[in-house]
Design a protein around this ligand. Structure first.
Ligand code: HXC
Length: 514
């Protein structure tokens, strides 16, 4: 037995060396950690239970029959993060550039199948040259198997993708199907075709970083939800995100201890919205003042900044926040903001995370660029997402709620459970100037002093509609509240909704306007 134990230990030790010392040194020289070092940083100390460490590829061509690395370029297994279970796969670039072979794919699929049955999140650490070129179609098949599982697991368990190296070609579509994509600056990139192909086809000169680096995807394409300076920071923030999420769609997000006696009115909230309705302010100031301990974990921080999405806690309970940002493009809804928020709403709804909407929106962005690129169908995504969501949904209108955007931003009409307004709220079909220019056009034109007449009509319109009381008379807002007591009102409201049950009509699935 002693010898057998020794043999086992030796075999495992050998497997843990991946592609060997030279390759590991190369990996470190690029500023990248190894697949195992990453897992160590990500999970609770000593909690990793590895699977399939002895798996080898079955390829024979191009000399592969003579090159075997146990584990075949991916480390898979189960572990704990903050004492909660997770499934992990971590591609090992030191073995065939982390490329995906038939067996490499089988390992990932095995751990994903376990995760789906057990109802625990999957975290993929991606660092790969793509399909293993020597294997041909079986590696393409392996990717397709993975894409299918990503799709089937969507909405069952949270799936997080962490890009820590190359992720190119069709390989990008696995992370793209998952719920959140993390990238580390300088060392990670994602693209469907690389700079060389781009040059050939479109004659554009573009670097790896500009084409598909972390900052590009975090700010231009929206492919990456989170971007950090280095791998360590990236992995620590994966842990942080998981702290807001349930293990699966039947589970609840972790609750933190909360002492209700600590809730106090917050007078600073009364001085944030300026008297002048055309002046911007920073909605994040409001968020920080109403949530627990300034706890706000923003998603897509640098993308479509005119809408803010992120996780937070109120009264110890995890919530998702969607908020217009008047400090960027006046908080207008455009294509990118609609798509960003729609996907976030759907994530929250899929995983039972209550939603808070903070609303100050002048409407949808006008213009040919928006219209020709489909603001109609993209804006409809957000409307659809809020309408179909059955989790607790609360809205606070801090200032403008104009036009279609009033309906879209979780209005009472689309099943907002509690809709509150601050006294500064203005709820109308459109802004005062646009409105009077239409309905009093002739009157203003005929007037001896059109400018004065316009101002007078704007004032009349503002006095009538630029308040929350007409809406409150209808019951479309449930209460007009003091800004200072918003936190208390919201914690109570979310508590009332703890046992909320709502459903949608039976169907195969809806047809969101994609
Ligand atoms: C087999 C691969 C590989 C691959 C890299 N390697 N990619 N082996 N299949 N796809 C091997 C290299 O031969 C090398 O082996 C080692 O990994 C490290 O690669 P380097 O080139 O030395 O590293 P680096 O300079 O950092 O460049 C990394 C890279 C480059 C940019 C990823 O390797 C590269 O361009 N690889 C090919 C990428 C690609 O075109 N993949 C197919 C995409 S299409 P040695 O033994 O020399 O160290 C695809 C289809 C998916 O993936 C379809 C899904 C539907």
């Amino acid at each position: 037995m002693k010898n057998k134990i020794k043999e086992l230990k030796n075999l495992k030790e050998k497997a843990k060396q991946g592609g060997g010392k030279v390759k590991v040194k190369k990996q470190h020289a690029k500023g990248k950690l190894t697949a195992r070092e990453r897992i160590e940083l990500l999970v609770d100390e000593g909690s990793f239970d590895e699977l399939d460490i002895f798996v080898k590829h079955r390829a024979r061509d191009f000399g592969l029959d003579k090159q075997h690395f146990p584990g075949d370029g991916v480390v898979t297994g189960l572990a704990k993060i903050d004492e909660r279970p997770v499934a992990i796969f971590s591609q090992d670039f030191t073995v065939f550039g982390g490329s995906l072979s038939e067996t490499h794919a089988e390992k990932i699929c095995k751990v994903m199948n376990i995760a789906m049955k057990a109802g625990i999140p999957v975290i993929g650490l991606n660092d790969s040259g793509g399909a293993r070129i020597q294997e041909g179609v079986v590696s393409l098949g392996g990717y397709a198997d993975l894409f299918l599982l990503n799709t089937l697991a969507s909405g069952v368990i949270p799936q997080l993708s962490v890009i820590l190296g190359p992720c190119a070609g069709g390989a990008v579509y696995s992370p793209a199907i998952t719920d959140f994509v993390f990238m580390a600056k300088s060392t990670s990139y994602m693209f469907v075709t690389g700079p060389n192909v781009v040059k050939t086809v479109t004659h554009e000169d573009v670097s790896f970083e500009d084409l598909g680096g972390a900052e590009t995807h975090a700010s231009k394409s929206g492919v990456a939800h989170f971007v950090y300076d280095n791998e360590v920071e990236t992995l620590l923030n994966v842990r942080k995100l998981l702290g807001y999420l349930p293990l699966n769609y039947r589970d609840k997000s972790p609750e933190l201890q909360f002492d209700e006696t600590t809730i106090k009115p917050e007078q600073k909230l009364e001085n944030i919205v300026p008297d002048n309705p055309n002046k911007p302010y920073d909605m994040k100031e409001i968020i920080n003042l109403i949530v627990d301990d300034n706890d706000f974990f923003e998603v897509h921080e640098n993308y479509a900044e005119n809408i803010i999405c992120g996780f937070s806690r109120m009264g110890g309970t995890a919530i998702g926040i969607i908020a217009n940002q008047p400090a960027v493009l006046a908080g207008v809804l455009d294509i990118n903001a609609s798509v960003k928020a729609a996907r976030f709403v759907r994530f929250c709804d899929a995983f039972g995370i209550p939603i808070l909407v903070l609303e100050d929106v002048p409407g949808f962005l006008p213009g040919t660029e928006q219209e020709w690129n489909g603001i109609i169908r993209h804006g409809a995504k957000l409307l659809y997402a809020f309408s179909e969501a059955t989790v607790p949904k609360i809205t606070v209108i801090t200032r403008k709620a104009y036009g279609g955007a009033y309906d879209v931003m979780n209005s009472k009409h689309i099943r907002g459970d509690f809709n509150f307004a601050w006294p500064s709220a203005e709820i109308a079909v459109m802004g005062p100037k646009g409105a009077v220019e239409i309905i009093f056009k002739k009157e203003i034109e005929k007037s001896s002093n059109p400018e004065k007449a316009l101002d007078k009509k704007i004032k009349e319109y503002r006095d009538k509609f630029a308040n929350p009381y007409i809406t409150a008379e209808r019951g479309f807002v449930d209460d007009v509240i003091l800004p200072g007591e918003t936190r208390l009102k919201l914690i109570n409201a979310f508590n009332y909704l703890r046992t909320k049950v709502d459903t949608n009509p039976k169907k195969k699935h809806g047809n969101i306007p994609l």
